[in-house]
Design a protein around this ligand. Structure first.
Ligand code: PLP
Length: 344
């Protein structure tokens, strides 16, 4: 295996597509998955009738691998992404992918693209994008007969180039998902529907929008394509409880860290949008940015402002961020067994 790295300016990476050397592809036909293999081409040829193209029968995941302090390469909680992909697959009547197969695909993509994996000590990681889609000849609205499972990986820098700085968000007029729809699964349609609300937020000078619950339009649901959390004046970590949000693995991890290491009371609860003044800090969490501190939230003609007048990240948000990142980079003990080591 090639042990040299590509000649990239690791600290200048953005969160954008770069073609790496290999990707994993496997097909499901006649009721079984083939073994799958690594391929070099980054283009897919699909039948024009493929259900993914017309009816959005497809789901994806996003997770990161890091070079740790001791040089090993670790993937953060891949078992959780596999479970979630299967939850999405089940909702769209797509076949399940066994955890062995999922992990094996990730490992193959990491090993074969070793030279693209950012080294330790730079503000970058290797983003993995697994997905499953319905393909093959089809016309009517029905599940596909054939599927493919695919994983590619890209070296990425920080999601927000300004770094760990608070952003402003505005509450959207749109709903993100229907009450018993597909908000709790990572399926393409949700994101196509989010493009317009996102663009509107940008046009109004905000970095993203906050969605309210689709039933009453009263409670906070999500912060763009990330989960929301807030720290109350009396030191509680609150995050929305809802059946129509996507259960973030970053959020689950932060909840555990908040409770065990920062000794905060953690509550998954309904958060009325007009109760935002109970928070001294707020943030959005997800794999891409880990945490995005939220400085301000605009709702109708009101503006809620958090720590330091929205100018810097609060102390608890900062601690949560640093602890999670240190676990991912192998700088502190991973007592939860969250990192999955890839034997290179
Ligand atoms: C992917 C995603 C998240 C973040 O989930 P992680 O597992 O933390 O990456 C949150 N909300 C939405 C809508 C998402 O698609």
């Amino acid at each position: 295996m090639i042990k040299e790295k590509v000649n990239l300016n690791w600290n200048e990476l953005k969160f954008s597509y770069i073609k790496t050397d290999y990707r994993f592809l496997s097909f499901y036909r006649n009721g079984i998955w083939d073994e799958g293999n690594l391929i070099e081409s980054n283009e897919l040829i699909l039948n024009e009738g493929s259900p993914i193209l017309h009816y959005g029968q497809g789901a994806f995941e996003g997770l990161k691998a890091f070079t740790q302090k001791n040089g090993s390469i670790a993937i953060f909680r891949p078992d959780m992404n596999c479970k979630r992909l299967n939850l999405s697959a089940k909702r769209l009547l797509m076949p399940e992918i066994k955890e062995d197969k999922f992990l094996d695909a990730l490992e193959k993509v990491i090993k074969s693209n070793y030279r693209w994996i950012p080294p330790y000590g730079v503000d970058a990681s290797f983003y993995l994008r697994p997905f499953e889609i319905g393909i093959g000849e089809n016309l009517g609205v029905k599940p596909a007969n054939e599927y493919l499972f695919y994983v590619f990986g890209v070296p990425v820098g920080p999601y927000f180039k300004e770094g760990f700085k608070p952003v402003s968000m505005i509450v959207s007029e749109f709903d993100r998902a229907a009450p018993k729809g597909t908000g709790n699964v990572k399926v393409g349609g949700n994101y196509a529907a989010s493009l317009l609300p996102h663009e509107k937020a940008i046009d109004e000078g905000y970095s993203d929008c906050i969605y309210l619950d689709p039933r009453e339009n009263k409670y906070i649901e999500e912060a763009g394509a990330a989960n929301f959390f807030g720290i109350t004046k009396d030191g509680r970590f609150l995050t929305p409880k809802s059946d129509s949000i996507l259960q973030s693995i970053t959020r689950l991890s932060l909840m555990q860290i908040a409770e065990d290491q920062l000794k905060l009371k953690v509550e998954e609860t309904k958060i009325p949008i007009d109760s935002l003044d109970q928070f001294v800090e707020a943030g959005a969490c997800g794999t891409a940015a880990v945490i995005t501190p939220i400085g301000k939230i605009k709702y109708k003609d009101k503006e809620f402002v958090f720590y330091d007048n929205g100018k810097s990240a609060g102390p608890i948000t900062t601690k949560l961020y640093n602890i999670l990142l240190s676990i991912q980079r192998g700088e502190i003990q991973d007592k939860y067994n969250w990192v999955y080591i890839v034997n290179i």
